[in-house]
Structures are given as C-alpha cells and as structure tokens.
Write a protein that binds this ligand. Structure first.
Ligand SMILES: NC(=O)c1ccc[n+]([C@@H]2O[C@H](COP(=O)([O-])OP(=O)(O)OC[C@H]3O[C@@H](n4cnc5c(N)ncnc54)[C@H](OP(=O)(O)O)[C@@H]3O)[C@@H](O)[C@H]2O)c1
Length: 499
C-alpha cells in the first residue's frame, strides 16, 4: 500500500500541521475508487481524527485502526448526515449518483445541497471536492453533472470554504479509463479508432490526486478555489501509444471518420471489462477537450510535482502485478448488491432454486472455504467455464458487465468485491459466501455456498420479475443441470488440491 507520509517527504513537502492538534475530518465515498485510497492515506496521519460516512460498513475491508470511526448513512438521509458531520472541521465530498442510472443529475444536485446544508449546520469550515476536468460549454452529461455538483457545494462561500479539485483521466490500477486503455492496447495490435482520439486530455497519476486531496484540507485558502490538476497534456492517441510502449508493445492506430459513438461504445464494452453504460460515458467524455483551465495547482500546491505519464502507467502496472490493487472502478455499486438483509428476505420468498449438496469427506471447512473463495477470475468456473464465458458474452451484448471484470485479488474476497458478473453480498469465513448476480436478468439472482457441519450446500436462487423472469428460469434449467453439479464437485476437488 502506498504510504503517503513518506511519499510527500520524498517530494520534499512536509505538511503544515499545528503541533498537537487533531483535525476532525469526515470522508464520504470511502468505499469508492478514490475514497478507499484516501481513507488509507488519512488513517495514517497523526494530525487527523477520521470519520467515514458509508452506505454499507461491511464494504470497508478489515478493521479501522484507532483514530477512525464509521457512520452508516446516506447523503439523502439528513439524520445520518447530521451524525456524521457532528464536530467535523473538514469534509471530503467524493460521492456521485451515476451508479443508480436514470436521472442522476437531479440526484447529484440534491445530494450536494443536502451535504452543504448539513455542513453549514454542523459548523464545518471546509469542504474538499474532486470533480472532473473540462469546460461547461462542451461538457459531457457526466461532466456537466460534476460541475453542477461543485456549484451546489460552492453555494455559501461566506460560510463554507470549498476546494474544488478537477481531474481528467486518472491513471491508477483499477481505474476505469486505465483498465479500458490497458485492455485495448493488450488485445489489439491494430486499432480502428474514431476521429476524436486526437482530442486533448491531461491525465494524472492517482497518487498525485491523493497528494492534492490530502494537502487541500489545510491549505491556507479562503472562499471557493477551483484547482485543475493534471500532468502533461496529450491526445488519447498518444496516450494509447505511450501506454503500449511502457508495456513493451508496438501498436498502430488508424482513425476513421465512420465510427459512431454508439458503435465505439459497443466495441469498448465487448473488449474491455466495462459495461456499455460506462463505455458510452467514457466515449462521450472523449469528444471534448479535458485540459486545465487554470494554474492554481502549481500556484497553491507547488509541493506536488505530477508524475510523468509513463511513470504513472508503470506504477499502475506494477501494483497489478503485485496483486496490490487498493480499489477498482466497480467497487462502488448502486447499493443493491450489498443489501444483504433485503437479499435474504427476498431469498426467503424466491420461487426458483437449485440446491446441491456434497459431503466434505474429511476436508476441513476452512480448506473448502479457500476453494469457494477462489472461484471465477483467472481460475474460471471448472469444466463448463466456456458456458459461463458464453453467458458473460451474452450479458455484454445486453449491456451488462460480462465476465471480464475478473476479480480484485485472486485469493481474497470481501463484501462489495466484484467477481466476474457477481458482487459479494456476504462473506463469513469458513461458513458462507453469498454472491449477487449483476448480469442483466429479468429478476434478481444469488449464488450461495454454505458449510454446515460436514456438508457444503450450494444454492442458486432466482427471484423472477413477471412472466419473462419465469420463462428465463425454465429456459436456463438445462444449462443449470450441467453447470451447478459440476460447480460444487469442482469446489470440493479444488479444496483437496489447494489444501
Ligand atoms: N475515478 C476517476 O477516474 C475519477 C476521475 C476524475 C474525477 N473523479 C471524481 O472523483 C469523485 C469520486 O469518484 P470515484 O471514482 O471514487 O467514485 P466511485 O468509485 O463510483 O465511488 C462513489 C462513492 O460514493 C458513494 N456514494 C454514492 N452515493 C452515495 C450517497 N447517496 N451517500 C453516501 N455515499 C454515496 C459510494 O458508495 P457505495 O460503495 O455504497 O456505492 C462510493 O463509495 C467523483 O466526484 C468523480 O467525478 C473520479
């Protein structure tokens, strides 16, 4: 894990904390891509008393060390906001509603206004927000929403300071844009690309983003300050070619005028781990320039000297090779996959089930659980892996995640982790793993492994939506008859091998 204290020193930037004073800091979005990393950085700082506002505390991996506490809540719930912000001097706003789909712009503004008002009521001095780089006049839908969020947070500059950092493409292991780029570069020696790969952008190393975020909480500034951050400006084409060079590959890009945004999004969704919705948001973002509009980063944060593009790519690839991926673009979910209690209720009423059992036959529960936890990702799904891949491919065609999200870590699983087209809804070591399906389905589906006494019980449950849901379940029964017995047998077999 990256140690921020040492890194800031390496860059010659000691932070200015009044000795002996602890700042009360609230961090939102601590289960997301940026927030999870910022949490690790802030928890290591002696001058910070950190509180996290999360929607599901079980998604926080591991225990929080002393000096950190957690409030479970939501920016749409004023009561939990009040509790979370009580006594806070600085609050990080790293939340957005895109995962919920639909009218996320309206929800984003409402969430930001709720947060601003709760900060004012609690006497918070400063909010630090990370939004997107770019200009309003040619902003994509997503970027416009990020701008409106910043404007809502900035609504009371007399009472509440705002440091509004704006970043473009973030280069880091597990970030959506980096994953897309890496997959394309790895898989395609020759790429037919849309014309707008010539659009300029200003990528930034995720570690630099964290440096700015950490420093922003006590920079001597007043009112609202917009700080555009990024390293060298370059076109997407250049970014791909330079990424290929770092990976030791030679690639050719051929821009053609005919490739429409929709076609490009399908192409991206099929070849890379992101679903169609994320692919089209990325493609839409590529059409307009995302470069810094001010020099506030170098003026107010001269201590941060942004890493070169090649350095950032190298660092991201190294983290992946070491299996040290702190957070991924898909960590945050619309919440559904983690609604464990709701899931269990629903499960109780599910009409469709496929239950299989196997004796442990001398294996310990722990050994079998290691095998359960190793499912999916690079190790696959046993003999009928091709059927799972086919299901993943169909899911991709339908706009879903498919199976090529893989997993964050090949052995470890935590609540909220994504595993191919599943999300971990519950994990109790040696006892139970509950996966909730994130594929496009006419209903909700779960796959559960439970160890009870000397038996492993595997249950696939499906809560169908309407007639189509029921037809779907019956149509897939022949495949289940192949896949599910093989799955439980495979888990036991692998447990002997992994023992
Ligand atoms: N990642 C990038 O490449 C990038 C680039 C430029 C700018 N940014 C900006 O950085 C900020 C953070 O982005 P991110 O990529 O870290 O997002 P992310 O991974 O999608 O995480 C979003 C976080 O917000 C939480 N959340 C969502 N709605 C909430 C609500 N109503 N109440 C409380 N928490 C809620 C999510 O919780 P759950 O886990 O429960 O869903 C999750 O922890 C955004 O403003 C984004 O525009 C990101």
């Amino acid at each position: 894990m990256h140690d921020d204290g040492s890194d800031l020193k390496r860059r010659g930037t000691p932070e200015s904390f009044p000795v002996g004073r602890k700042m009360n800091v609230l961090l939102t979005g601590a289960t997301g891509y940026i927030g999870r990393r910022l949490k690790d950085r802030l928890l290591g700082r002696p001058g910070v008393r950190l509180r996290l506002l999360v929607r599901n505390a079980r998604k926080l991996r591991g225990e929080l060390p002393p000096g950190g506490d957690v409030v479970e809540g939501d920016t749409f719930d004023p009561q939990t906001l009040r509790r979370a912000l009580e006594g806070a001097e600085t609050a990080y706003y790293l939340v957005h509603s895109m995962g919920g789909g639909g009218d996320y712009e309206r929800r984003d503004i409402e969430s930001a206004i709720n947060f601003r008002e709760a900060c004012l009521a609690a006497g918070v001095r400063r909010v630090v927000y990370l939004g997107g780089l770019g200009r309003r006049q040619d902003a994509s839908r997503h970027l416009r929403s990020r701008i409106e969020t910043g404007e809502a947070l900035a609504g009371r500059p007399d009472k509440l300071e705002l440091i509004w950092l704006r970043a473009g493409i973030i280069i880091g292991a597990g970030s959506a844009s980096f994953e897309v780029m890496r997959h394309l570069v790895e898989k395609l020696p020759v790429m037919i690309t849309p014309r707008w790969v010539r659009t300029l952008t200003q990528p930034i190393d995720v570690e630099d983003v964290l440096d700015y975020l950490v420093l922003a909480k006590d920079a001597p500034l007043k009112g609202t300050l917009v700080v555009d951050i990024g390293s060298e400006a370059m076109s997407f084409r250049e970014m791909m070619l330079r990424t290929a060079r770092v990976m030791g590959l030679r690639r050719t890009l051929i821009p053609v005028p005919l490739l429409s945004p929709k076609l490009s999004s399908y192409w991206l969704a099929l070849l890379t781990p992101v679903p169609f919705s994320v692919a089209s948001a990325l493609i839409e973002g590529l059409k307009s320039e995302t470069v810094a509009q001010n020099d506030n980063a170098s003026r107010h944060f001269p201590q941060v000297r942004p890493e070169s593009f090649e350095g950032a790519v190298r660092r991201a690839l190294e983290s992946m090779a070491r299996g040290a991926v702190v957070s991924r673009w898909c960590d945050s979910g619309g919440g559904a996959a983690c609604d464990l209690d709701k899931g269990e209720d629903d499960l109780g009423r599910a009409v469709c089930r496929d239950v299989r059992e196997r004796p442990l036959r001398g294996l310990t529960a722990d050994a079998v659980f290691v095998s359960v936890k190793s499912l999916g990702g690079r190790r696959g799904w046993f003999r009928f892996d091709w059927l799972w891949s086919l299901r993943g491919f169909l899911d991709k065609l339908a706009g879903g995640y498919g199976t090529n999200r893989g997993r964050r870590d090949e052995r470890d699983l935590e609540v909220g982790d994504k595993l191919d087209f599943w999300s971990v809804a519950d994990i109790r070591e040696g006892k139970r793993l509950l996966l909730e399906a994130q594929m496009k389905l006419p209903g909700r589906a779960w796959l559960e492994f439970k160890i009870e006494g000397e038996r492993l019980i595997q249950t696939a449950s499906f809560l169908p939506r309407g007639l189509l849901g029921r037809l779907y379940w019956f149509a897939t029964r022949p495949f289940h008859a192949l896949v599910f017995p093989d799955l439980i047998r495979g888990v036991i077999r692998r447990a002997r091998f992994l023992k």
